[in-house]
Ligand binder design. Structure first.
Ligand code: PMT
Length: 347
């Protein structure tokens, strides 16, 4: 344990430097939010991928958090399909909406292409590149969706690498998005490091191996969801994720997060089944969660969302669970907006 006091969100931002691109990134987000406000669109912030914790200032080594960015990239596509404008805040080089279908490992892009000699051309004419016949239908549907999103200007992407980049960006983007008030949805699917090395404790140069074993004492990353709910966002609908490897912890941890942070919804998922089932956990009453643990079962509502498990490991699942997640969230978000409006008019 570190002997110094744990970082609060406030002390974190007062002592850890912002990333160099922050100002530029904020201007881009501000412009995007203004455009969506004019068009009266709901906007979702999707965070995606893992964050790193560098061990040196001139970084050679770092710790990483597990996440390919599949959940975030896939969800972003379905949010766009559902009519949301999307701010996609992702780990640099992790999966992205649309291009995710052609990642180098699962569906190499070059395998889509064929070299074809024009049938009636002279022998020295240039061969043509074309898309393999059996791939055309799928490619056409992805490309059509991609081009339509580009034309409508509904996707804005931002990249982070370290947990420090992530925290600064998350705060700034949340503050910008708060202009949309309840029309903003926050979908925090990134896998965020729980521990970090403050800049003041980092070695400037590559840590040398001559001393034998390496001992590093890390500080805890502040729990920023509380600040996000209470300070950075005004009235937004906040969805966090809870990843566990022990299924018995899913419900207690999700409930604890809702009690502690006071946001709207936790999506709990277990590492090995996360592509086929997730659990939506919400407070049963939007206004209060009872303190008495005896009332706990009635204080929360839990709903499983599931899709079929593919019959073989290589078979592609018919439906992506993110489609179900996003449809359900869009429904709940719109219901929540209407309830808020109603309560406002009754006052
Ligand atoms: O990308 P894939 O390979 O598809 O994997 C998807 C996923 C399993 C990473 C995703 O579904 C998921 O569960 N993401 C959250 C995992 C996680 O790190 O949970 P957590 O217990 O550390 O954090 C809880 C929530 O608070 C998360 O929504 C996290 O984004 C957010 N958080 C946590 C700490 C912190 N300092 N800041 C945060 O914003």
């Amino acid at each position: 344990m570190s002997e110094s006091a744990p970082f609060s969100a406030e002390s974190y931002f007062a002592t850890q430097p912002p990333p160099a691109s922050l100002e530029h990134d904020i201007l881009g987000v501000r412009e995007f939010v203004q455009q969506q406000l004019k068009k009266d669109r709901n906007v979702v912030l999707v965070t995606s991928g893992g964050t790193t914790v560098p061990l040196e200032l001139n970084v050679v080594r770092f710790l990483d958090n597990f996440s390919a960015g599949t959940r975030g990239a896939t969800s972003a596509e379905y949010f766009l399909k559902a009519g949301y404008a999307v701010i996609f805040m992702h780990r640099q080089f992790s999966l992205q909406p649309f291009s995710r279908h052609y990642s180098h490992s699962t569906n190499p892009f070059l395998d889509f292409l064929e070299i074809e000699a024009p049938p009636d051309a002279a022998p020295d004419s240039t061969p043509q590149i074309c898309v393999a016949k059996e791939k055309r239908e799928d490619l056409m549907s992805v490309l059509t969706a991609y081009k339509s999103v580009q034309a409508s200007g509904t996707l804005h992407t931002l990249a982070f690498v370290t947990v420090n980049d992530y925290l600064w960006l998350l705060r700034a983007v949340s503050q910008e998005l708060s202009a949309l008030r309840r029309r903003a949805l926050y979908y925090l699917a990134a896998a965020v490091s729980d521990f970090f090395l403050p800049r003041q404790k980092m070695s400037e140069h590559k840590i040398q191996s001559g001393k034998g074993s390496l001992h590093i004492e890390m500080d805890q990353v502040p729990k920023i969801l509380k600040s996000m709910v209470d300070e950075w966002t005004k009235d937004g609908f906040i969805v966090s994720f809870k990843l566990e490897t022990d299924p018995a912890l899913l419900i207690p941890k999700a409930r604890a997060a809702l009690k502690r942070y006071g946001h709207q919804l936790v999506i709990a998922n277990e590492l090995h089944t996360r592509k086929y089932q997730v659990l939506f956990v919400t407070p049963s009453s939007p206004t209060s969660i009872p303190d008495d643990p005896a009332d706990e079962d009635s204080a929360f509502t839990e709903t499983w969302l599931r899709v079929d498990i593919p019959s073989t490991p290589s078979a592609v699942s018919q439906k992506e669970i993110e489609e179900e997640i996003v449809l359900e969230l869009a429904r709940r978000h719109s219901e929540w907006i209407n309830e808020k409006k109603l309560r406002q008019t009754q006052r």
